[in-house]
Design a binder for this molecule. Structure first.
Ligand code: ATP
Ligand code: MG
Length: 362
């Protein structure tokens, strides 16, 4: 078995720079590395509906936004299969069987789901579908026999839950499913990029995002309003780096050549940080530098998006073809799962023969 990637995003909004550093940038690198035999990228609309059941139009509208973001970042449909989750009904059937292998208390311990429940004020009325979405994520991952799941830190509990299901399934029913591994960003700042408000995570649902498709002026305004060190009031004051969003973003995006181009007074980020910590460096200057860095990264993505937007039917066609391919692969896994679980009555000639034998003797 080769190396297989499965990963995806919820169509709850356009993609933001948190997605980019947490997963998207890496996916494109992995796609182009030639090291993976198959790459599946899923737009998780069924999962998005678990907490947006009363707003299907939001999910529907954002499918194309996410697809445009994918393609403009460099995901290439000739190398990666891009598909829509709800168009692969086999995933739901897998979920039904996996549900028997997970306890309610195990789901209640999932720290990402816990904090998402709080964030959405769901405490008293959690939709069952939302509560069980880690199980459906296990179906997404295993249906494609994925070995590797490139994702941000918040996905660790999901992949851990999937690994437990794989372990349990294989020990109860025999070796059938592939054990996946999460592939986290290699840089701490990219694990969980904070929002521009300094809150723990940039998230579509928190409204604290810089979107990949934001116009240059919007990006600049968002950077200028960014949360920094609240105690760094006068330029000469020493400043804090930890928890300072502007520096976290520089950790995620800045390369030494950016200094050559935009701020040659400093050789690298360490020198810039040291000056800020000593005092004598104002936030506005650092923000202007970050703006240059980010604009350089986002400009080609934005331009490609504008080109792609000219032919929207072609994008739907890519998703339709990808979904058909995904269905075939998932159907094969489901077939193996049904075999392993012995619910393949009509395919099992031995079963029918042995039952005939048994009843003949009676
Ligand atoms: P929602 O608020 O609807 O859950 P989201 O912004 O959290 O949306 P998801 O679609 O849930 O985005 O996440 C898609 C992928 O992007 C996951 O791999 C996740 O780990 C990664 N990701 C999302 N936000 C960040 C972030 N701020 N930093 C790093 N990675 C992130
Ligand atoms: Mg999320």
């Amino acid at each position: 078995m080769g190396k297989i990637i499965l990963t995806g995003d919820r169509p709850t909004g356009r993609l933001h720079v948190g997605h980019y550093v947490g997963s998207l940038r890496r996916r494109v690198e992995l796609q182009n590395s030639g090291e993976y035999d198959k790459i599946y990228i899923m737009i998780a609309d069924a999962q998005a509906l678990t907490d947006n059941a009363d707003n299907p139009e939001k999910v529907r509208q954002n499918i194309i936004e996410v697809a445009l973001d994918y393609l403009s970042c460099g995901l290439d449909p000739s190398k990666s299969t891009l598909f829509i989750q709800s168009q692969v009904p086999q995933l739901c059937e897998l979920t039904t069987y996996y549900m028997n292998l997970v306890t309610v208390s195990r789901l209640q311990r999932n720290p990402t789901v816990k904090s998402e429940i709080q964030m959405r004020n769901f405490e008293a009325s959690i939709p069952v579908g939302f509560f069980t979405y880690p199980i459906s994520q296990a179906s997404d991952i295993t249906a494609f026999q994925a070995t590797t799941v490139p994702a941000g830190e918040d996905q660790m509990p999901m992949v851990e839950q999937t690994r437990e299901i794989v372990h349990k399934f294989n020990s109860v029913y025999g070796e059938t499913l592939t054990m996946p591994q999460i592939l986290l960003p290699d840089n701490q700042a990219c694990m969980r990029l904070p929002g521009i408000d300094g809150k723990a995570k940039m998230s579509k649902s928190l409204g604290n995002c810089i979107y990949l498709s934001d116009e240059p002026e919007e990006v600049r305004k968002k950077i200028m309003s960014m949360y920094t060190d609240p105690d760094h009031i006068r330029v000469q004051d020493p400043g804090k780096i930890e928890g300072n969003t502007v520096f976290t973003y520089l950790d995620a995006f800045c390369k030494p050549e950016h200094f050559e181009r935009y701020w040659p007074e400093y050789a690298n980020l360490d020198e810039l940080k040291a000056h800020y910590q000593r005092g004598g460096l104002g936030d506005v200057k650092v923000k202007k530098f970050l703006n240059n860095v980010l604009q350089e990264e986002l400009e080609p993505i934005r331009q490609r998006r504008k080109e792609l937007q000219k032919d929207i039917p072609a994008i739907y066609e890519i998703l339709k073809e990808g979904s058909a391919k995904a269905r075939e692969v998932a159907a094969q896994t489901l077939h193996d799962v049904r075999d392993a679980m012995k619910i393949n009555y009509f395919d099992d000639v031995d079963l029918i023969a042995s039952q005939s034998e048994k009843f003949r003797q009676d």
